[in-house]
Ligand binder design. Structure first.
Ligand code: HEC
Length: 97
């Protein structure tokens, strides 16, 4: 005897919420960055520095290399863009905290 699903709509609802969550997460570069970049160190490490776009690209690529697959290649430009926009500096200027 299996468990009878008395309220199938509840499962449909749950499923919908879950899917909506996934879509929402995928659509936010910030959420993506926070998810990918807090795995090995805290986000403080990310927020501690400012880099130009080129600097962030190199960094994100290096992190993706460390993460060996956890940060898919297609996410590199999304995360780079987010960081270059929110944590960026003029070309050439790299600042420590
Ligand atoms: C697989 C583990 C791992 C992941 C995932 C990871 N990092 Fe790192 N991160 C490290 C290690 C190890 C160091 C220290 C060595 C170094 O700087 O190369 C570091 C150092 C840093 C630094 C300080 C050094 C610098 O270049 O300014 C920044 C900033 C940084 N990470 C940003 C990020 C960002 C942004 C992401 C997400 C795209 C990320 N990390 C994801 C392992 C990781």
């Amino acid at each position: 005897m299996g468990v009878r699903l008395k309220k199938p709509y509840a499962y449909v609802l749950l499923c919908g919420v879950f899917l909506a969550g996934c879509v929402a997460q995928d659509s936010s570069p910030q959420t993506l960055m926070e998810k990918r970049c807090s795995r090995c160190h805290t986000l403080d490490r990310v927020y501690a520095v400012k880099k130009d776009r080129e600097g962030w690209r190199t960094t994100v690529e290096r992190m993706a290399y460390y993460a060996s697959g956890v940060i898919p290649e297609k996410e590199i430009p999304i995360i780079t863009d987010y960081l270059a926009t929110t944590r960026g500096v003029e070309k050439g200027g790299e600042t420590a905290p």
